[in-house]
Structure formats: C-alpha cells, structure tokens
Write a protein that binds this ligand. Structure first.
Ligand SMILES: NC(=O)c1ccc[n+]([C@@H]2O[C@H](COP(=O)([O-])OP(=O)(O)OC[C@H]3O[C@@H](n4cnc5c(N)ncnc54)[C@H](O)[C@@H]3O)[C@@H](O)[C@H]2O)c1
Length: 342
C-alpha cells in the first residue's frame, strides 16, 4: 500500500482506541469495515437486522482476529427503522459509519416504499440519534447513482442530474438530510458516493446480486452469464479496501474544510462490462469461456460511470490502493472457497 497518509492514520489508530458504530455491519462493506477496525484494536458496535446481511459474515471476521480484538465487538440485532434500536446501539459511540440500507436499483423500482423506509426513514433515525448522542462524526454511504442523467464524465461531486430510480432518490435524500443536520444542529457529516464496490463477502446470490459476484458465481458453476445491454456499459469498479480507506479517512480527518460534504469513492478508471468479463475469465484461469447471453438494458441504470476522485485525494488524502485488476486478484480465492456455501 503506497498511501502514506492512510498508513499514518492506521498507525495512529493502533495507538488510540475509539468506539465506532457500524450500521449494516453484517453486510458486504460493513463486515469489511469491521475486519479492518478490529484489526486496528478499535472498539466496534454493530447494528444489523440481517435483511440482506449474514451471520456468517460476522463469524468469518471474528475468526480472523485475536480473542482480545473479538472482545472489542458488541453486536445488536436491530432495525434502523426502529428509533429505540438505533438509540441502543448509539450509546457511548464516538464515530458512526452508516452502511445499513437496501441496495439495488431494480429492487427500488420494484418496491420503492421498502427502499424508502430503510434508506430514508432509517437513515433519518440514525442521524437523529447520532445527533442526540453527540457523536463526533457521522460518515454515511451514498452512491454514484446520485449522478443520475448528468452527462459529464468523469463525475464531479457538484454536478448531478435527475435521479433515475427510487434508490438514487433515497441516497440523494441522505445527502440533503446530512447537510441540513450539519447546518441546523452542527453535527459533522461526510457522505461517500461509492462507485460499484466489489470484494470478499459481497453476496453472489439472489435477484439483486451485483455483477462481479454474480458472474464469478456463474463462471465457477459453469452456468450461463447474462449481460444487460451491449457490453459497452462502463463502470468505475472499486475494490472494497479502497472504500474502507475512504471511510477511515473521512471519520478521522482533522481538516475542517473536509467535513459536511460528499466525496466520490472509486478508482478513477473506466472499464466496460466486456472488459470485466475478460478479466474474470483470466483471473479464474478458465480454459473455456462461457457464452455471454445479451439481454435488454436495465431500466434505471446509468450507461457510463467514471469518478473524478480528486476531491477525496485533496481534502481527505485518499489514494485508492487497488485497481480493478489488483482487486480481482485479491478476492478470487475467497469466492472459490465461499461459493460452496451459497
Ligand atoms: N456495494 C456497492 O457497490 C455500493 C455502491 C453504492 C452504495 N452502496 C451503499 O453502501 C452500503 C453498504 O452496501 P453493501 O454493498 O455492503 O450492501 P449489503 O446489502 O451487503 O449491506 C447492507 C447491510 O445493511 C443491513 N440492513 C438493511 N436494512 C437494515 C435495517 N432496516 N436495519 C438494520 N440493518 C439493515 C443488511 O442486513 C446488510 O447487512 C449501502 O448503504 C449501499 O446502499 C453500496
């Protein structure tokens, strides 16, 4: 890892213990945050209702840390839509990493009211309780979907278009609430617009699985690989360790100009779905390529996505350590082993 700023922060965290709340801790990104924080000897409270997360994600993390580090973790099974669950988890917390939400654009198109309840009401509950508990900072997961139909590439934080799905509306609403709360109550917030995060513990199963775990699963099981559109759709795929870095830097920055705003968290590299497919085949060492089955474009999907990560670099000292290629290399073994359990 070449980011000296992040290395310094990790070193400082090893010397000073804070208490963190990770909402959505049993999910993909939440459990990766948990692993990093426990390994840095931090105290972590986790809140999750297992809507889309798994107990096995928590068990896997706890097996990878020392008994002392394991004792630094306190888990509450609870729902962010229930104010008292949020309040219980928030007690004594210094820093919040709010990840709990229902992901997936297609899910939000099918059941917008369910996405709204978790992503908007649940978000507002978490923010209110954080404000009342006097937490030092509330860092939350936003999304590249906020850019909607804005044509510019790369995406810069202050140029957004019309949202293309209820999911995008929910994430943009989070940003508006966070800003209003910092104005009205002085709570420090930072929103991280993740761009297509991938890595270990991302669920490969179910109707709303993300493209990377879905395709790895299909390739390893010799099943058909479906592609939405013509394969030229592009994304800025971001390995989860980059997202973890973004969260830790956002939570700990002492730069006053860096708070109460939003950042792109990505690599700054654009890859088409066809390129992704070739890289997966290469990384899995498959001798034969599965045939790609071309399907219709999905409604609500952005055609091209590429982040400008300069703002996060300048204000937070963020430097994505992993590209799509190096991230895929890191995680392949996990999927080979884990897929038998899905
Ligand atoms: N993965 C990505 O590429 C990506 C991209 C942009 C934004 N995000 C955002 O990042 C965050 C984490 O996403 P992820 O990919 O880890 O998804 P995930 O589904 O793996 O994790 C979300 C977690 O939140 C929990 N949760 C959902 N509703 C809850 C509720 N009402 N109360 C308590 N817990 C609840 C789930 O059980 C799950 O463990 C989400 O806010 C998501 O919208 C993810």
């Amino acid at each position: 890892m070449s980011n000296s700023h992040y290395e310094k922060l990790r070193h400082e965290l090893l010397q000073h213990q804070h208490t963190w709340l990770i909402t959505g801790v049993a999910g993909f990104i939440g459990s990766n945050l948990l692993e990093t924080l426990l390994k840095l000897n931090q105290k972590v409270v986790g809140l999750d209702n297992f809507a889309t997360g798994f107990k096995k994600n928590l068990e896997e993390v706890l097996e990878k840390v020392t008994p002392e580090q394991r004792d630094n973790f306190l888990f509450y099974q609870g729902d962010i839509c229930v104010l008292s669950d949020c309040a219980k988890a928030m007690k004594g917390v210094d820093l919040v990493l709010h990840q709990a939400a229902l992901g997936s654009v297609p899910r939000s198109i099918k059941t917008p009211e369910i996405t709204h309840a978790t992503n908007v009401t649940g978000f507002l509950n978490s923010l209110m309780v954080a404000k009342d508990a006097g937490v030092k900072r509330f860092v939350y997961a936003s999304s590249s979907s906020v850019y909607g139909d804005h044509p510019d590439l790369p995406k810069q934080e202050d140029k957004i278009g019309n949202p293309l799905s209820p999911y995008a509306v929910s994430k943009y609403t989070n940003e508006l609430y966070a800003k209003a709360f910092s104005t009205c109550y002085g709570i420090e917030t930072i929103g991280l617009r993740y761009f297509n995060v991938f890595g270990p513990r991302q669920n490969p199963a179910g109707p709303y699985a993300a493209v990377i775990p879905l395709w790895i699963s299909a390739l390893l099981k010799n099943e058909p690989v479906n592609i939405n559109g013509d394969g030229e759709t592009s994304r800025d795929f971001c390995y989860v360790e980059n997202a973890v870095q973004g969260n830790l830097l956002a939570a700990m920055t002492q730069n006053k100009a860096a708070v109460n705003t939003v950042y792109n968290i990505a690599v700054g590299q654009q890859n088409t779905l066809k390129t992704l497919y070739s890289l997966l085949v290469e990384n899995l060492n498959l001798s034969t390529q599965q045939e790609l089955l071309y399907k219709n474009f999905r409604s609500g999907d952005i055609r091209h996505s590429l982040a400008d990560v300069d703002k996060a670099k300048k204000l937070l000292g963020y430097h994505p350590a992993y590209s799509l290629q190096s991230g895929l290399k890191e995680m392949m073994e996990w999927y080979r082993v884990a897929l038998v359990n899905y």
